[in-house]
Design a protein around this ligand. Structure first.
Ligand SMILES: Nc1ncnc2c1ncn2[C@@H]1O[C@H](COP(=O)(O)OP(=O)(O)O)[C@@H](O)[C@H]1O
Ligand SMILES: [Mg+2]
Length: 389
């Protein structure tokens, strides 16, 4: 009873982390396709801007795949501080599927042909049975690393053979392999994975331009497998979900509130959940259905909390970048180079607008999405619209 009541008041909106199944909406077609491709051993590229839901989609796919007995490995490339640390993490995650530590440590030494391998059981129970820290202390030079990489990247197929089951490897924030001496890592991985018939891979990346370059001609991953581009969720699906979450957790809302939230959040998945989450936090114990005035009060609070940050961001921009950003906001990212837009916002020639757009993109203030420029943070967009001239 107490537990049920606690759950009813728990915030049903989640942002800033992989969403649990209870806060995950839509993506049915993408999920089906990803699961199907991975189970059949494809090498899938999953590409979208940050915070569109790649990691959440991968988690859902991994859960579904694991239920069918497939062995899954999830790694976030960007969390490793070096190539060697990544190889250690990769090897540990893959061989952990072959049983208890004693067994896999021995097997790993066999498979890695004379590479010195230190394995220490990790007392950390949260990493599950078989958790252990693994290090390759003998690896010193880039040559050693390259030789080790070829053996480490071969491990998934070895495990698949040993266990007689398919393996799926998810490498999230994959664009960061470029930082580990890019070219050679891409090459080593590509060379290894192309022969692994029982291992599906998903390489997910949140820098669409870097990821697109990676699958372009003359790069190792060219035509290595399907490229899935994750777009925003359909606005009406997301809006209905938001209203349903409020209602089924005991907070009725006026019709249209979901649509207003999705609209204000620019329909960016993270921003929608953030606005809904914060609105929920602001409106406990209300006796009437939540309405637009509540939403606007929450929005006002959030903008107030971010004011100093946004002012700082704005002040670091050049005048031309500020004017260009205003054009992005008010023209909704379209036709920014047209004579009419340039005149209205006093932007000067097309090439200077181009370079301002480039600088705003590099600062991660705007990004290209479905053919238009959008402001990455919908709160900043709202702040620009309300407080700048
Ligand atoms: N399918 C979804 N349903 C509901 N919210 C989502 C969904 N996908 C993403 N989100 C929201 O976006 C946030 C970022 O998702 P995440 O999977 O971390 O994106 P990415 O990996 O692309 O950066 C999540 O915390 C959640 O608030
Ligand atoms: Mg992610």
């Amino acid at each position: 009873m107490a537990a049920a009541r606690a759950r009813a008041f728990e915030n049903p909106f989640v942002y800033g982390e992989v969403v649990p199944a209870s806060a995950f909406v839509g993506r049915e077609a993408e999920l089906d396709r990803l699961v199907r491709d991975l189970v059949s051993g494809q090498k899938v590229f999953l590409v979208s801007p940050r915070r569109y839901g790649k990691s959440s989609l991968i988690r859902r796919a991994a859960e579904r795949i694991a239920r069918d007995g497939v062995l899954t490995v999830e790694l976030t490339v960007s969390s490793y501080s070096s190539y060697l640390a990544f190889l250690e993490g990769f090897a540990r995650a893959v061989v952990a599927h072959t049983g208890p530590v004693e067994g896999w440590a021995r097997r790993l030494r066999e498979w890695l042909r004379g590479v010195r391998t230190d394995v220490r059981a990790a007392p950390d129970a949260s990493r599950g049975s078989g958790a252990a820290d693994l290090a390759f202390p003998g690896i010193r030079s880039a040559r050693d690393e390259a030789r080790l990489a070829a053996d480490v990247f071969a491990l998934p197929q070895r495990v698949a053979d040993l266990r007689g089951r398919p393996v799926v490897v998810a490498l999230d924030e994959f664009q960061d392999v470029a930082q580990f001496d890019g070219g050679s890592v891409e090459q080593a991985l590509r060379a290894a994975v192309q022969h692994q018939r029982d291992v599906g891979y998903v390489f997910a990346g949140s820098e669409p331009t870097l990821m697109e370059q990676m699958v372009s001609p003359r790069r190792p991953f060219y035509k290595a497998g399907p490229v899935m581009r994750l777009e925003r969720l359909p606005a009406d699906v997301f809006a209905a979900f938001v209203e349903r979450q409020f209602a089924t957790h005991g907070r009725p809302v006026v019709a249209g509130l979901g649509e207003a939230i999705v609209d204000l959040a620019g329909n960016l998945p993270y921003d929608v959940q953030r606005l809904a989450h914060e609105l929920w936090d602001d409106t406990g114990g209300l006796a009437r259905p939540l309405g637009l005035e509540d939403l606007h009060r929450t929005l006002g609070r959030l903008l107030g909390e971010q004011r100093l940050l946004f002012e700082g961001l704005w002040q670091r921009l050049t005048l031309l970048q500020r004017a260009t950003l205003r054009a992005v906001v008010f023209e909704e990212g379209h036709e920014l180079l047209s004579a009419a837009t340039r005149e209205r916002y006093r932007l000067g020639g097309p090439s200077s607008v181009q370079s301002a757009l480039g600088a705003l993109t590099r600062h991660e203030i705007i990004q290209r999405d479905e053919g238009a420029y959008v402001v990455v943070d919908s709160l900043f967009r709202e702040w620009v619209a309300r407080t700048t001239y």
